[in-house]
Design a protein around this ligand. Sequence first.
Ligand code: SF4
Ligand code: SF4
Length: 172
Amino acid sequence: MTESWGRFKSFEGMTFKKLDAKFTKKVSELIGGQDLTACFQCAKCSGGCPVSDKVNIQIHEVMRMLLFGLEEVLETDMIWLCTTCYTCQERCPQGIDITDILFGLKNMAYRKGIAPPGYVAAAQGLYNNGRLYEPTDWEREDLELDDVPEFDINDVKKLLDKTRLLKLQEEE
Ligand code: SF4
Ligand code: SF4
C-alpha cells in the first residue's frame, strides 16, 4: 500500500454501506449516458496507466466501484493522482471515456470537500496571484529569457471566474 492521499486505500476487510444505482447513473451522465456495464474488467486501462505503481486503487478498480455505485470511489487516490494522459481511454476495448469520468469525479469530490489540501491551496494561489510559482528575473536570465512579463491580475481572475475554479464547492 502506498502512502498517497485518500482515505480509501484498500478493499481488504471493507464493507460497503450501499450499492447506489443513482450514483452509477450520475457518473454515466457525465459522459453522455455511456453504459458503464460495458466494462468487462480486462484491466487494459490499468496496464497502460503511468501512475499504476503509485496508486492504491487502480483505474479498472475505480471502474468496478462505479459500476457498483460505490460513492467511496471519491476517496481514492486514483482520482487525484491521474495525470489525465488519456492512455486508459485510448486503450479501452469498450470505448469507455475513462479519463473524462475522472475529470467529473474530481469535481464531485471537490464539491464534497474531499480534495488534497495542496490542490485547494494551489487553486486559491493561482486565483490570487495569477501563477502557481513566482519566477525570478535571475532564474529567467540563466535560461536566457526576457524579464518576467507584467500582467493584469484582474484579467486572470476574470478568466478563472469563467472556469468556475473557486465556485465548485458552492454548487451541487
Ligand atoms: S480497459 Fe475498459 S473494459 Fe477494460 S477494465 Fe478498463 S474500463 Fe473496463
Ligand atoms: S488518464 Fe489517468 S487513469 Fe488514465 S492512464 Fe492516464 S493517468 Fe492513468
